[in-house]
Design a protein around this ligand. Sequence first.
Ligand code: GLN
Length: 310
Amino acid sequence: MKSPILDYLNELLDTCAPDASAKNADYIPELARVSPDIFAIAFATIDGKIYAAGDDRFEFTIQSISKPFIYAMAIEQRGLDEVMERIGVEPSGEAFNELSLEAGSKRPLNPMINAGAITAHSLIGEPDDSKETRVARVLKGLSAFAGHDLRIDTEVAESEWSAAHRNMAIGHMLRSYDILPEDPDVIVRGYVEQCAVVVTTRDLAIMATTLAGGGLHPVTGEQVVSQRTARHVMSVMLSCGMYDAAGDWLTAVGIPAKSGVGGGILGALPGQVGLATFSPPLDPHGTSARGVDVFERLSEDMDMHLMDVP
Ligand code: GLN
């Protein structure tokens, strides 16, 4: 179908050129094997219209883009106060995989870095739940945000698990401060499977729209999380979703967002649209380089910056 919006999305795909210095993530061996040329853009309005261009049905692993959704589930299950006792909401200014905790409270600084996300994964279950119980909840929750059943890419999960030394170090650090009451092996293994859930760029756009619409799924009509939870999660995405590039992103793009080392970026503009891009080569922050270009262009061309005065 021809439309001016699709023409515009195709023009973005043509003009946001590859960056020669950007490379696929290789610390998870399977991610290095994905073609660096795959490129897609999708967005969905809160009344359920979807626009997508490029390789928008190509399947890839969600990686860190799972973090805001699992955090939302933890808040719904435990209540915000209990979650806040274990995970803060301050930007860390550090890389996503830093071994760091907040001074004093010894909580992870926020749920978007791995330390906070591993803790959120623990909070969606009870201390003696098995890995399988939590992973089943992850799949159910992420599927509700997407509007259809999602699955795990077990090869990517195995590949990450075979080299998960840093995340295991984070798990043991959290265990030593009783932020995790469980065996870190069970929690980190479950978190690795959470990161290996398979999505398309279209799925991410719809998942983003569910947040942007205050937790209401634009197609299924399910209230997946409360409006209050969606507001809280988008706030944390805005201040922490881009790790140590959060300030650059906030000033240049101004959309609550989350990136993943698979190459996806998801953005949720409250009350308006959900956006997603996919291109595997990453910048030094672990964020899709072409995806950043596309978001900067979209924000500029469509006046999507939260601080734009209409
Ligand atoms: N699974 C990856 C990890 O924990 C996710 C990181 C990311 O996407 N930034 O290292």
